[in-house]
Design a protein around this ligand. Structure first.
Ligand SMILES: Cc1cc2nc3c(=O)[nH]c(=O)nc-3n(C[C@H](O)[C@H](O)[C@H](O)COP(=O)(O)OP(=O)(O)OC[C@H]3O[C@@H](n4cnc5c(N)ncnc54)[C@H](O)[C@@H]3O)c2cc1C
Length: 386
């Protein structure tokens, strides 16, 4: 067994968007940070494409927002186009929040870009050290520090940190290692997700929705690349390839297209039983998971990082275990009452009766947005400003 070779103030497990944001926040303040990532590089798939105003404010504080704006698509007004009825079904005028945020728009950018931009910024900081192909396999807490065992191409190593943060995603090893378990549920509806390249699609309305024969939503995530979201009932056994082909036909009536990737997912609402234990704390999908309806999962994770960073600074000064526990308890309550609950309500409404109410639900939300007293409240909630 190797002995402890290096000591850091903070060790972060996982170089997803949450681990990278947190590492950047701490490196900017000159804390010695190590990020351990089991894969050879950041992820290549587009996954979460939506970045809401509150998250953009956080990215701006990290000094990376100009690059995001340069590479993303800005939506000052989020309009959902109803393909079947050739009309705008829902309109959320985010631009009316211009007196409340510097970023009154939705930014669309593939998650792979988000990760590469964060990594690019992180690599410029001498206080941060990132190691890919390094899988954490064991943790132990002793005498005011956490020992972390990881395997890398060069063999097994042990490093030690004052604090360890598990940003290691839905199947978190760190969560398991601290004896926490996930609470929550898996929805009866499932979803197929796919990215497709559609030629000559730049002028088409995005997002777009059809409900015939089943629900299909298309969101343009790059110039000619669209994310398709195709909810379906458990037991509906149409092959994925055909499901995507039909959705492209129904959404775009288009013959020239090619698949980029596609997959089927179960949808969950889950939260870890605790967010911290001793000097170990969880953030992002490791701590909480919700359905992609509303596009808030990654955003909530980056917002965890912005709340956790000051708690870590305080914990490094004094009372680390109490400070992290106070952070964990309060953040867990916020997530349970906030993102997890709101996303759960939206998911249930939109997927009720296999999606038969989706048009009604969106029309209802559209009407609510016309009521002056409600509009700001709903928009602030969408923008994640509350
Ligand atoms: C297909 C898909 C579509 C999605 N769409 C949306 C969306 O539209 N909007 C939205 O907000 N969210 C969406 N999400 C969710 C979003 O992608 C996640 O919320 C986000 O990636 C969470 O970031 P994270 O950094 O917490 O975890 P992850 O991105 O999962 O990163 C965790 C990292 O930890 C690494 N790791 C794991 N175990 C170890 C270990 N033992 N040692 C070292 N490294 C380890 C992994 O390799 C990974 O790189 C989607 C997810 C999927 C899968």
């Amino acid at each position: 067994m190797s002995s402890v070779s290096e000591r850091y103030q903070v060790i972060i497990v996982g170089a997803g968007p949450v681990g990278l944001s947190l590492a950047l926040m701490l490196a900017l303040k000159d804390y010695r940070v190590l990020v351990l990532e089991k894969e050879a590089g950041t992820a290549e798939h587009s996954r979460a494409p939506a970045i809401w105003p509150r998250t953009q404010e956080i990215l701006a504080d990290l000094g990376v927002m100009d690059r995001f704006t340069e590479m993303g698509i800005l939506k000052p007004s989020l309009e959902i186009y109803d393909v079947d009825r050739d009309t705008c079904l829902f309109r959320a005028p985010l631009e009316t929040l211009s007196d409340q945020t510097r970023f009154p728009w939705l930014l669309i950018i593939p998650q792979a870009r988000t990760e590469s931009l964060l990594l690019e910024a992180l690599e410029q900081h001498p206080a941060a050290n990132i190691r890919f192909s390094s899988e954490v396999t064991e943790l132990s807490q002793r005498d005011g520090c956490v020992d972390v065992h990881f395997t890398a191409p060069a063999g097994e190593s042990v490093v030690s940190g004052d604090i360890l943060v598990g940003c290691d995603g839905a199947h978190s090893f760190v969560r398991h290692a601290i004896g926490a378990h996930q609470e929550g549920l898996t929805y009866a509806m499932q979803a197929a997700l796919a990215d497709v390249r559609i030629s000559d699609s730049i002028a088409l309305h995005s997002p777009r929705l059809t409900t015939t024969p089943g629900i299909a939503v298309g969101i343009r995530i790059e110039e000619d690349t669209w994310r398709l979201i195709l909810p379906f009932a458990k037991g509906d056994s149409i092959p994925l390839e055909r499901r995507v082909e039909e959705a492209v036909e129904n959404l775009f009536h288009h013959s020239k297209w090619e698949p980029v990737w596609r997959s089927e997912f179960r949808l969950h609402r889950r939260i870890s039983s605790v967010f911290s234990r001793g000097r170990v704390v969880l953030a992002g999908d490791a701590a909480h998971l919700n359905s992609p309806v509303g596009g808030q999962g990654m955003n909530a994770g980056i917002q965890d990082a912005s709340r956790l960073a000051p708690a870590i600074e305080q914990a490094l000064r004094s009372d680390p275990e109490e400070t992290l526990q106070a952070y964990g308890d309060s953040r867990r309550a916020q997530i349970a009452q906030g993102v997890n609950r709101v996303t759960d309500i939206m998911t249930r409404i939109l997927l009720a009766k296999q999606g038969r109410f989706i048009r009604l639900a969106l029309s209802g939300a559209n009407l609510a947005l016309r009521v002056p007293g409600l509009r700001k409240k709903i928009l602030r909630r969408m923008a994640m400003l509350d």
